[in-house]
Design a protein around this ligand. Structure first.
Ligand code: UD1
Length: 444
């Protein structure tokens, strides 16, 4: 469970301590998809009624977002550990400029949601994981402008204004396939006048999930999951109940953990189709995958084989699984090559894996990994969410003790990770540290 300061997104000195080298066995149930939840929660601002959202992962980004909504005066009720109700009927603000916004990337969805509802938005520029490169939002802005909004950024705040002419449907061709831009434009277009067409749209499962959520509340969105999405503006959206899809990346992370440690685990509550891009690579590496209706069994007993992989937008291999896959490939026979095809740079974790004995060379968007016999535990530091997940996987497979700092990043996106891994036989615990009187920061 997250503590109060952690819930508010403050950094903590807590760490994960892992005594590695134990294979994983048993069953694990995957939570709802974080990247769907962080879009669906702001989408509820468009709804003139109460949205009951089920299968919510209570991860830090979700908790921060619920707090942002509460700051706006919206009723957010936690019904149980995975269900919330959002009542935005009385919402009369289109401004979210508090520090909480800067703590997470997905706060940019508030721009689309406010614009859709009020034709105006003032939102502090998002923070979130920093992979070491830039994270532009120009395609979001291009979409909003096409729909009739004037956009300006001042003092770290995005001002979007369509109050004079209103929002009207338009054709938007995305210059890069962007998950965030696709969803944000969808949000703004739902209540706009006329039809919006997004071309070269992203196709990730959470895009389909957002469209399904909005449609179930009365929106008219067609084509989500293909590269052309058509949104016919409707008068209003009504309240209802919706259940979020399972988290593809959390499922993939458990699969990668089993591939690294060996063992056999049934990963439950997944949509096998969403896992295809990941299962294909797991099988190529030598893991045995057995699919059922809503679960996947991963077994790894033999040696791991080298791979060539390039991350791509869905249905390609997800960039959000790249660090975890790299951690596994550190233990594969032969030399593997990973090309990052989505982000400018996403290999900051490689320095930490090297501390554990990995042989990784990084040159720009390419990492070359020469497999080693085994990794050894070390003190390491997470630099972002999935980098942290990679370190957990490496720590589970390594001989000896691994201590992972900056676990706040990991808790942004994994619900009950420690508890879930312990049930599979891992020796991992979350240790709270008192702040030192005069901390000397370690160089990055
Ligand atoms: C989302 C995910 C993130 C994942 C990424 C790619 C959330 C909250 N985060 O991030 O975990 O790694 O998708 O699957 O859902 N780009 C532009 N201009 C823009 C927007 C993006 O050039 O306006 C570029 C980015 O620099 C990047 C690529 O497009 O190279 C993909 O980014 P995008 O799909 O937008 O990522 P996010 O939605 O921010």
């Amino acid at each position: 469970m997250l503590s109060l300061t952690e819930k508010k997104g403050e950094p903590s000195l807590d760490k994960f301590v892992i005594h590695g080298g134990k294979p994983l066995f048993g069953e694990v149930t995957v939570s709802g998809a974080k990247n769907a939840a962080v879009a669906i929660i702001p989408a509820a601002l468009l709804v003139d009624g109460v949205c009951r959202v089920e299968n919510i992962p209570m991860v830090r980004d979700v908790v921060i977002e619920m707090e942002i909504l509460r700051e706006l005066g919206i009723g957010v009720r936690v019904v149980n550990h995975s269900t919330i109700e959002i009542d935005s009927r009385g919402l009369n603000k289109y401004s979210a400029v508090s520090d909480l916004n800067r703590k997470m990337r997905a706060s940019y969805y508030l721009i689309g949601a406010f614009l859709g509802r009020f034709h105006r938005a003032e939102v502090a520029m998002p923070g979130g994981c920093n992979f070491g490169g830039v994270r532009p939002i120009d395609q979001h802005m291009k979409g909003f402008e096409a729909l009739g909004a004037a956009i300006e950024t001042r003092n770290g705040i995005v001002f979007a204004d369509a109050s004079k002419g209103g929002l009207h449907g338009a054709s938007v061709y995305l210059d890069v396939v962007s998950v965030g831009a696709t969803m944000n434009i969808m949000l703004a277009a739902c209540l706009a006048d006329g039809q919006t067409v997004i071309e070269n749209a992203a196709k990730e499962p959470h895009i389909v999930d957002l469209a399904n959520f909005l449609n179930s509340m009365g929106a008219d969105i067609m084509g989500a999951g293909t590269d052309v999405i058509k949104i016919r503006g409707v008068e209003r959206l009504y309240g209802g109940t919706y259940s979020i899809i399972p988290d593809q990346i959390e499922a993939g992370t458990f699969m990668a953990a089993v591939a690294a440690t060996g063992g056999s685990v049934l990963v439950r509550n997944i949509i096998p189709k969403h896992m295809d891009c990941i299962t294909a690579k797991m099988e190529e590496m030598g893991a045995v995958i057995e699919e059922e209706d809503d679960s996947i069994r991963v077994t790894r007993s033999g040696p791991l084989r080298k791979l060539q992989v390039k991350t791509l937008p869905y249905p390609g291999f997800p960039t959000d699984m790249q660090p975890q896959l790299a951690a596994v490939l550190c233990l594969a026979e032969g030399t593997s090559v990973i090309t990052e095809g989505v982000w400018e740079s996403r290999f900051r974790y490689s320095d930490e894996l090297r501390r554990m004995g990995a042989k990784i060379q990084v040159d720009g968007k390419v990492a070359v990994i020469e497999g080693v016999e085994g990794l050894t535990g070390a003190p390491v530091r997470a630099s972002d969410l999935r980098a942290g997940a990679a370190l957990v996987i490496a720590g589970l497979a390594a001989e000896g003790t691994t201590e992972i700092e900056e676990i706040g990043y990991i808790e942004r996106g994994y619900e009950d990770l420690v508890e879930k891994l312990r049930k599979l036989g891992a020796d991992i615990s979350r240790v709270s540290e008192e702040p030192a009187a005069d901390p000397i920061p370690r160089a990055n």
